[in-house]
Design a protein. Structure first.
Length: 235
């Protein structure tokens, strides 16, 4: 058994106990679109088009209680032979801390207002390392991290995010604008189980870095799905 498989065993067990994702178990799934703002060929190859997105809470704590918030979206591949491209971000940062901790360290938040999300790992593309972050720009309640407020904003004008990129330790600049504008009814996805997987689903020539951590994350996602499937088969 590989080290990545051993590391992922607790995730598989936790998912089996929960019969759902161990992390980000509840969220709001929505359709929307992404509009590229950066010039063509400048940085990551995100193109304008439709997306499926998900806003979530990492531990799934109830109501409006604080949690680490998550943002994921899936873009269809422009190459029919390739997988879709999944991007997963989580709230991160330490206020006035140095650049690297602001990109790497998870941070619980008490409100959706002005929430800042990070890719936590850089993406390798064209020999460079690129970081991705997103800032929620839609006006939200000043306090509380309720998913009900997310549903309400999507239904009444959409939920908008500014997506930015940074090369290496450089500063962030505009990459795209993301808008989630149509909640996907639970009847269409009763388990809220679109399997976002940035370690496996990526654009050609783009991959999470470093490779060893990408492999650990891939095994973790696989183990989470296997754990949910095992619990479903036994129930």
């Amino acid at each position: 058994m590989r080290a990545s498989e051993i590391a992922a065993l607790p995730i598989r067990l936790g998912a089996a106990v929960r019969a759902r994702r161990l992390f980000h178990p509840v969220g709001v799934l929505a359709n929307g679109g992404v509009e590229r703002l950066a010039a063509a060929g400048d940085g990551l190859p995100i193109a304008s088009g439709p997306v499926t997105g998900r806003v979530s809470k990492a531990l799934g704590v109830p109501g409006d209680l604080p949690d680490v918030a998550g943002l994921a979206w899936r873009m269809p591949s422009t190459d029919t032979r390739s997988r879709p491209w999944d991007v997963l971000l989580a709230t991160a940062g330490l206020g006035g801390a140095s650049v690297l901790p602001n990109r790497l360290l998870l941070r619980p938040v008490t409100s959706w207002s002005n929430t800042l999300f990070s890719s936590l790992m850089p993406l390798r593309h064209d020999g460079e390392l690129w970081w991705v972050r997103a800032r929620l720009t839609t006006e939200m309640p000043a306090s509380g991290l309720s998913l009900d407020s997310v549903v309400d904003r999507i239904a009444h004008g959409g939920l908008k995010f500014d997506i930015e990129q940074a090369c290496g330790t450089g500063s962030f600049g505009p990459l795209a604008r993301l808008n989630l504008n149509e909640v996907i009814p639970a009847a269409e996805h009763p388990d809220d189980d679109v399997a976002f997987d940035p370690a496996r689903n990526s654009a050609p020539g783009v991959e999470l870095w470093p490779g060893w951590l990408r492999r650990v994350r891939r095994q973790a996602y696989d183990s989470s799905r296997e754990g949910r499937d095992a619990r479903g088969a036994s129930s």
